[in-house]
Design a protein around this ligand. Structure first.
Ligand SMILES: C[S@@+](CC[C@H](N)C(=O)[O-])C[C@H]1O[C@@H](n2cnc3c(N)ncnc32)[C@H](O)[C@@H]1O
Length: 250
């Protein structure tokens, strides 16, 4: 580990705060700051935490949902047990994992979905941003139909190509959609949270396209190739099949 990483790590006030408060990750404060500003989670809510490892957001969700609440976390990686949370190990984009969740819910509606999902980063921003965008679209397409009307959804996104299309798709599904950068996000970070409140009972405009399809269509319109140019990414937790959108100008 580099000296720079080590000294930044030690100086990070959110990491120290998380450690002293018993949160497993500094990211717990990002959800707390979203909650403070937007009041996304209420007592008694059923909350789905997508990309939950090591468990900081699930810990916060358990606190906010209270005694009557229910928290289900999903991640590729196993978490140490979190009192009050049910944890699924699996890939949210795979049918097997989705079926486990559906069985656990047994028709029970979800009141809030919080997703801090992030692929294994390659360090190449454009590729990481494209992979993350794809993942976010798949998460939204699967999970939003499970969210109760009036419910809230928050997801991490990386700034860049296609984000406007995601915002547009979200605005067709929620009455309030805002981008928010919690103070606990590092200054250098290009991550931002898309906060969506009050899910509409029906998708505006009929919603015939999935979110992924509408984002792809918008990227094609903007002149970015989506016609079968795919790069298989083998670094994102061994996943394959993410579409990397290549600029025509490249
Ligand atoms: C930034 S971490 C989440 C931190 C968490 N919010 C916390 O407070 O502890 C992002 C997580 O997304 C998970 N992830 C990435 N792709 C996934 C997928 N397809 N299905 C489930 N989890 C995924 C990663 O394993 C990683 O643990």
């Amino acid at each position: 580990m580099s000296k720079r990483w080590y000294s930044e790590h030690r100086r990070d006030p959110w990491r120290r705060k998380a450690k002293s408060s018993g949160y497993r990750a500094r990211s717990a404060y990002k959800l707390l700051q979203c909650q403070e500003k937007f009041n996304l989670i209420r007592e008694g809510d059923t909350i789905l935490d997508i990309g939950s490892h090591p468990g900081g957001w699930s810990q916060v969700a358990v606190e906010l949902g209270g005694e009557e609440g229910r928290v289900i976390g999903i991640d590729l990686k196993p978490c140490e047990p979190i009192p009050g949370a049910e944890l699924i190990v699996g890939d949210i984009t795979e049918e097997g994992t989705q079926n486990i969740l559906l069985d656990m819910l047994d028709g029970e509606p979800i009141h809030a979905i919080v997703s801090d999902i992030s692929p294994g980063l390659t360090g190449q921003y454009e590729m990481d941003q494209a992979i993350s965008l794809d993942l976010v679209c798949m998460v939204m397409d699967f999970s939003l139909p499970l969210l109760n009307p009036g419910g809230s959804f928050v997801t991490k996104v990386f700034q860049g190509r296609g984000i406007e299309a995601v915002v547009k798709a979200a605005k067709n599904r929620f009455s309030k959609v805002q981008r928010f950068s919690p103070v606990a996000s590092r200054n250098s970070s290009s991550e931002v949270y898309l906060v969506c409140r009050n899910k509409l009972p029906k998708v505006r405009g009929g919603g015939k396209q999935t979110i992924r399809e509408s984002v792809e269509a918008e990227l094609a319109e903007q002149g970015y190739i989506t016609d079968g140019v795919e790069e298989k990414d083998s670094t994102a937790h061994g996943r394959t099949g993410f579409t990397v959108h290549k600029s025509r100008k490249e």
